[in-house]
Structure formats: structure tokens, C-alpha cells
Unconditional design. Structure first.
Length: 296
């Protein structure tokens, strides 16, 4: 699927754009299922196990920040992960044995859909090694106006920045941190069906959606099977116990087989503790921490 040049670019820069990964009927099905889920949120008055509501959400104008764990809500999201070109990209970058950490469908509503402040995914879920990444499958065309993903090339080779504020994990970096180089940021735009990839230590964020169009992006966060979690901020898998964890792991296998010998790498780690007062989503974590916005 990926060329040698694409893999070299990802290794060096910590991100990649892959165009037209999902097209045709498969893309239209994802879009239809997603819009049906958003429509079903009209009857939801507060955030729950499926929906994270944005300010101004109501039955007349549904506004969400996120659909949580979409692969558990409708099988089409799981099928795309495990039986499409998305799977091939994951094999190329992570190897033959790949596990899913979590999924989320960020649904930036038109006219100010919530920003995601700058952060490193690694700060939320340190592992025994850092061969982890996130893919973002665009279900809408994404341009400069509707809150595209921004990344800082090469930051995956640098330090793990502090994601704490006022003594708590806040899920965002301080814009004044001397190791935060926003002037180097690259913006990733593309057609619906294209996909971004970023390494777990790559600094990234996205501005509010200032357009009159939605921005739906389906995120899969994945790891090579020999990367085992040290701690996960608010992840359900850490509440399961051994047997249920093992059973859940079988469902989270993207391809290959589990690995029972974790690979231990010399990687920088900061623990996401003490937890935010509300850590039910990155939006709530960042809001509860009172982080200073880098987006003005």
C-alpha cells in the first residue's frame, strides 16, 4: 500500500497524508451511518456513553464534539479498520500484529465546533514502547476553514512535553513551553476518504470549525502488538480485569496475533496523573484543566 518513500517520510516527520484510502460505496456507507447517529442524538440531553455533546446542542440543531467508541456502536467502523486499505497502511507502519487502543469520531459542527488543543497522544497512554499511531479518516472534505488537523513535523523525536496545569493532568501543552514550536506546524487538508497518520508522540491539534460545513473525522488509535499499556487516561480497558481484558483484546486485534512478551524501549514517559477532575473525553479534560488555548 505505502511506498518506501512514504514510509521514510513518516519515520522522519512523524506524520503522513494518504489520499483516497476509502472511496465509493464504503465511504458513502460510513457517511450515512454517521449522519444517522448524529440525527439520533437529537433526543439526547446530556453526554452519555455514546455522545459527547457540544455547547448549543439541542433537538433542532444537534451539535456534538464526539461519537465515542464508534466501532462498538456500528459494525461498519470496525469493518473498515480490519478489512480495507486502512488495514494495509497499519500493517506497513506497525507490522503484521496490530491492536486497536480506541476509536473516536470527532464531529466538529459548523460555526465554531470545538478545538482540540495541542497535545501528544503519548501523554494520555504511555506504553512499553512508542510504536503507536493514530489514523484520521476524513468523512468530509477538510480544508483550512473547518478545523483541520495540524502537526509539528519531527516532534515525535523530541521530548514529551508537560500536559499538566494547576497540579492536574490537563491533556494539553502550554503554548508558552519553549519546546512547543507552533511556527513549524503543518496543516493537513484533503478530500473525504483520505487519511492522516500521526505518531503517538507527534504534537498536534486542531482549531475550531469556523465554516458553515461539518468536519467529521474517524480516528483509530493503534499499536504494534508488543506495545503494552503502562497506564491509560480514562480508558475503559483498564477497568476490565484480566479475563475481560483478554477477551476484549481479541476483539481489538486489527490483524495478526497478540504478543505476550512486551518490547521494552528507552522512551520518555510522563504519567497522566493526578487525573483531571473530568476526564471523560479530551474536550472535558482540557476544559477542566483550564488550559491556555493556542488558538486564541
Amino acid at each position: 500500500m505505502l511506498s518506501a518513500e512514504q514510509k521514510r517520510f513518516y519515520d522522519e516527520n512523524g506524520y503522513l497524508m494518504v489520499e483516497d484510502v476509502v472511496t465509493g460505496d464504503a465511504l458513502r456507507r460510513l457517511q450515512a451511518v454517521t449522519h444517522d447517529l448524529i440525527d439520533a442524538s437529537r433526543g439526547v440531553a446530556e453526554s452519555d456513553e455514546i455522545y459527547d455533546l457540544d455547547h448549543g446542542h439541542c433537538a433542532e440543531t444537534p451539535r456534538l464534539t464526539r461519537i465515542k467508541l464508534p466501532h462498538k456502536v456500528d459494525p461498519c467502523y470496525d469493518e473498515i479498520l480490519k478489512s480495507s486499505a486502512v488495514t494495509e497502511v497499519l500493517r506497513d507502519l506497525l507490522g503484521p500484529d496490530v491492536t486497536l487502543l480506541t476509536t473516536k469520531l470527532n464531529t466538529k459542527a459548523p460555526g465554531g465546533g470545538a478545538a482540540v488543543e495541542w497535545h501528544q497522544d503519548w501523554a494520555f497512554y504511555p506504553h512499553t514502547n512508542d510504536t503507536l499511531l493514530a489514523v484520521g479518516l476524513m468523512l468530509d472534505d477538510v480544508d483550512m476553514a473547518n478545523g483541520p488537523l495540524q502537526v509539528i513535523p519531527g516532534s515525535h523525536r523530541g521530548p514529551v512535553l508537560s500536559h499538566h496545569a494547576n497540579g492536574f493532568f490537563c491533556g494539553a501543552v502550554d503554548p508558552e513551553d519553549p519546546d512547543f514550536h507552533r511556527d513549524r506546524a503543518v496543516t493537513l487538508t484533503g478530500r473525504a476518504g483520505s487519511m492522516t497518520v500521526h505518531h503517538c508522540r507527534t504534537l498536534h491539534g486542531s482549531a475550531p470549525n469556523r465554516s458553515d460545513r461539518p468536519r467529521l473525522v474517524l480516528f483509530y488509535e493503534c499499536a504494534t502488538a508488543d506495545a503494552w499499556p503502562i497506564l491509560g487516561a480514562a480508558s475503559y480497558i483498564h477497568e476490565l480485569g484480566q479475563r475481560r481484558f483478554w477477551d476484549d483484546l481479541q476483539d481489538r486485534l486489527v490483524c495478526g496475533a497478540p504478543c505476550l512478551e512486551p518490547r521494552l524501549a528507552d522512551v520518555p514517559v510522563r504519567m497522566p496523573l493526578p487525573p483531571a477532575r473530568d476526564n471523560t473525553s479530551i474536550f472535558k479534560t482540557q476544559a477542566a484543566g483550564g488550559v491556555k488555548s493556542a488558538f486564541g
